[in-house]
Write a protein of this length. Sequence first.
Length: 337
Amino acid sequence: MNTDTARPALDRTFSVAPMMDWTTRDYRAFARTLTRCALLYTEMVTTGAILYGSPRERFLGHDPVEHPLALQLGGSDAGALAECAAIAESWGYDEVNLNVGCPSDRVQNNLIGACLMAHPDKVAAAVKAMQAQVSIPVTVKCRIGIDDQDEDADLARFVEQVAEAGCQTFIVHARKAWLEGLSPKENRDVPPLNYPRVHRLKAQYPSLHIGINGGIKDLAECRTQLDDVDSVMVGREAYQNPWLLSSVDSRLYGQSDPASSRHEAARALRPYIARRLEEGARLNHLTRHLLGLFQGCPGGRRFRRHLSENAHRDGAGLAVVDDALGLVPETQPAMAG
């Protein structure tokens, strides 16, 4: 167990959502060239992968620059989750988050994700077991409900039972998950967003930290949401339009922003890319996270095309990135949200 008692309290005002195949360690390192303050999350990692996968570095490895950083766990067995939470703390993570929101068939079959909304007793037992093993925060990311659950009574019952077990922080995706009849992709868009339900949850439980997630696309909307909840989590927009992150620190935290231009952010990542290439990573696995950096900018399409056509080649290195940047004018209009 990590015994570092000097760990600062997490400021969750803004976070980037855990997203499978997207919020990898390489994306997170890139995000840090744009924001130092935002809380970053890993992809969901199942307890089985951590306990039985090898090497463990594949699932838990991260760079010091990524902090503050939370590990999202998938699982339902309290003992396994507790063991994985302790492992996460020993690897230096700042928070452990339990996934109670993913709607995919694969995780349902293993009682992981959104289906756990129907089992608040299991979630409560898991939270209690995890908290007994770690000193870092244990949090829950959930939906406002699943299938035919009542968005008011059932969500309140879930939160009350899990909070009674010790959970103080809930990040709520403000739409239901339909486990029957909708694909995981459809579950990200089809069920209607219900922000007022999350706002009422905060009003009902003022002592709990209630964060909101789902469909939020710019920082102006984040500021509006923060009038009614404690924190905002942004997902796809933070990945597909990463420059959104470039003014998070100044607009939401009152701190200076790390990059004044897209080129500056990309150049700041060069040492990290060089180090990862030396470790054996392929360039295209790193640069795929940069493809949206110049979204909507003159030359942005040429930048994406050059990386897409060249980064996968054997021996591709930093020259490919530099050449791609050379296709985009240095002076760009300010386009932060």
